[in-house]
Design a protein around this ligand. Structure first.
Ligand code: FUL
Length: 697
């Protein structure tokens, strides 16, 4: 009898081992902070659109001062359905609209102000962009989100108690009148000069205390519990720390928000999050498809290339962040045709990139499986079910997953996902491929999180292995995929030096074809063989082509004014010239920095060597380094003789701190030989300024 009993137990044990006895295996416990269901659904949206549109679109500015008349807001063909269609076709999952930017103009007829579409000629003041877009989003099955700038350069009460009531009233209006809002976006840029109801002054506030975010968030949750709040205060998602679409390869969703609120965390840490963060605050990376956030005709040739958009995709969605891609709407009230075409090409490229999945039919095994249970088996990572995952036993924090192929298989991309509902765990892993019987490491990485996508070299493997070498607790992997993405040819790089010598480079062995008349290059265009001279203003476009291949690269475009061969810096107020000519050497990487003892305002006088007709100037800020010493307030003058100066432009380089791109300012065409840039203020209130390049247009 006893023997029989023991035999029975043994049979049960063996059966459990092979079949998996769910009831006996404890599920893993959560580790560290975990996301809410709202945060999980938000992360699954992966990439969605931003739309920047307001009076700035009509004044050609990035930041309005707040004194703009609503009468200038007059789009001729505004069509929110066009925006929604383009966004949907691009594979994006939602749209966040700037309902009110820093200038205070409201795209909806707010009952709390006159400074809105109601006072504009558009639809004789009866229109409501927020309503039209919310309806278009419903029609195209997109989620709808809103940006409401906490900084309001128009409102007389901004900076005082009265504005908080106004701000919350507007929030309530927006969150309760237009259906579900998936995300509320609170911009960090706040305080400074403005119109403020006619006061025309500088107002400074403490962003953390002024808005009483705890109470504001409580109200938001009351009005709209499904809305995820982004940005300042106790937010549910964080800024990624830059405006160029770049998360760090190591990217934790946990975050030390308490320290951040106490001012102890530098915003650059937002790119990485914190392994020991006390709260789940995943990163969202915002970036514009053009250099600026608002539409400017001069940026029509600066729409990001498919190559760049792809890189952004890998550096955001592929690094455990969401991607918020801005599409500026133009003066007609439409997304421009160039942007639309680029988005279409990008969507097609993403489709091709992830078309050939190769792991689905492989055999998955693992060095350790939780309780030897089917529930946590290795093959769960291949079943396309986000709720099933491979898990190890609690004591095992280093383990590997192996996928064996039936025959040698080519791959160059690996995608991994953790089951984040129980926390982000993996600290370190590598990917190895078995090639000709030998294991070769093809990637060595740190975090995974919701999603990690790796580009690897192309290998023909008989097996693939994911080695997790360090994890906060037993790893939980819900999905692994590998792809054989098509090879793409990199677009050439174009450079022109001070004297007008043009050099075009592509990868070794590739042919280059180019045009200098603005037309798209083809294989019938001029073939590049060596550097050539082009001193006049020109648009150069070039493609690279791999002999024998059907496809060429995308075209790269470079636009130049007249070459600066005769340019020189004549004087810089208060100091020796030193390396001042770096500002006019056609190389933005070589910079000039003012003497630290010199105080602003500071004037830079440049001789262009001959009379020229100019209609604008450009300022390329220093791009690399910790102290970019950015100019914020400027004045610009021209002269034909260096004695009589005419002021052509004066104002601010808006948003330069977050987005230090080429600044372009235009005025009526004028003839001049000398130009003078006066740096009136520096972005962080200091005196030191740095300049990469100054040019004219
Ligand atoms: C920044 C703002 O100042 C810009 O104008 C833009 O709205 C960007 C998304 O955020 O901080």
């Amino acid at each position: 009898m006893k023997i029989l009993k023991t035999k029975l137990l043994l049979v049960i044990l063996v059966a459990c081992t092979f079949l998996g006895c769910k009831e006996n295996v404890q599920p893993p416990k959560a580790v560290g902070p975990v996301p809410t269901q709202k945060q999980i659904e938000w992360q699954e949206m992966e990439r969605y659109a931003f739309i920047h549109f307001t009076t700035n679109t009509f004044t050609n500015k990035e930041w309005g001062f707040g004194d703009e008349s609503p009468t200038i807001f007059n789009p001729t063909q505004l069509d929110c359905r066009q925006w929604a269609r383009i966004v949907k076709e691009a594979g994006l999952t939602g749209i966040i609209l700037t309902a009110k930017h820093h200038d205070g103009f409201c795209l909806w007829p707010s009952k709390y102000t006159d400074h809105s579409v109601e006072q504009s000629p558009w639809k004789d003041g009866t229109g409501d962009v927020v309503r039209e877009l919310s309806e278009a989003c419903k029609e195209f099955d997109l989620k709808f989100g809103l940006y409401l700038s906490p900084w309001d350069r128009n409102h007389p009460e901004y900076g005082r108690d009265g504005y908080i009531k106004y701000f919350r009233n507007q929030l309530q209006e927006l969150l309760t009148s237009y259906g579900e809002v998936f995300e509320m976006w609170f911009d960090g840029a706040n305080g400074g000069t403005g119109y403020y109801g006619g006061a025309n002054e500088r107002r400074k506030i403490n962003t953390l205390t002024y808005y009483d975010w705890d109470e504001t968030y409580r109200l938001i949750r009351e009005w709209s519990p499904k809305t995820l709040v982004w940005g300042i205060g106790p937010a549910e998602a964080r800024w990624i720390g830059n405006e160029h679409g770049e998360a760090n390869p190591t990217n934790w969703s946990p975050y030390r928000q308490k320290d951040r609120l106490a001012g102890k965390v530098h915003y650059k840490e937002n790119m990485t999050g914190h392994e020991d963060g006390e709260k789940w605050v995943p990163g969202e990376a915002d970036v514009s498809i053009r250099p600026g956030w608002f539409y400017h005709k001069v940026e029509d040739e600066k729409v990001k290339s498919v190559e760049r958009l792809m890189e952004i995709y890998y550096h955001t969605v592929g690094r455990n962040a969401t991607l918020l891609l801005n599409l500026p709407v133009d003066r007609r009230g439409l997304i421009h045709e160039i942007d639309e075409a680029r988005l279409k090409a990008w969507a097609k490229a993403i489709k091709q990139e992830f078309q050939t999945e190769v792991l689905a039919n492989s055999k998955a095994s693992a060095t350790d499986v939780r309780g030897n249970s089917k529930t946590y088996a290795a093959k769960n990572v291949l079943d396309n079910d986000k709720n099933t995952y491979w898990a190890t036993n609690d004591s095992v924090t280093a383990a590997s997953l192996t996928f064996e192929f039936k025959q040698p298989t080519t791959l160059n991309r690996v995608l991994l996902q953790e089951y984040i509902a129980l926390g982000q765990r993996v600290r370190k892993f590598n990917v190895a491929a078995q090639v000709n019987g030998k294991w070769e490491t093809i990637a060595e990485q740190t975090t995974i999180g919701y999603k990690r996508i790796l580009k690897t070299k192309r290998v023909e493997a008989t097996a693939l292995r994911i080695n997790i070498s360090s994890s906060k607790a037993c790893p939980l992997i819900s999905n692994v995929k590998a792809y054989n993405a098509p090879l793409t040819i990199k677009a050439p790089s174009i450079k022109r030096d001070k004297k007008g010598l043009v050099t075009i480079n592509a990868a070794e062995g590739e042919e280059i074809f180019y045009t200098t008349d603005g037309n798209e290059p083809t294989l019938a265009s001029k073939k590049y063989t060596e550097p050539f001279q082009f001193s006049n203003a020109v648009v150069i476009k070039a493609i690279a082509h791999h002999k024998g291949e059907k496809n060429s690269s995308e075209a790269s475009t470079a636009k130049y004014g007249k070459a600066k061969a005769k340019w020189s810096v004549v004087s810089v107020s208060g100091e020796q010239l030193g390396s001042a000519n770096n500002m006019v050497d056609s190389n933005p990487q070589s910079i000039w920095t003012s003497n630290k003892k010199n105080k602003l305002p500071l004037s830079i006088v440049i001789d262009m060597g001959e009379m020229q007709t100019i209609k604008g100037f450009t300022y390329m800020p220093r791009q690399i380094g910790n102290g970019l010493n950015l100019i914020s307030g400027y004045a610009f003058y021209t002269s034909s003789n260096k004695r009589n100066w005419k002021k052509q432009s004066e104002g601010e380089f808006s948003n330069i701190l977050n987005n230090p791109i080429l600044q372009r300012k235009h005025f009526s065409a004028t003839k001049a030989r000398y130009i003078k840039l006066v740096a009136k203020s520096q972005v962080s209130g200091g005196n030191r300024i740095s300049i990469g390049e100054i040019g004219v247009e």
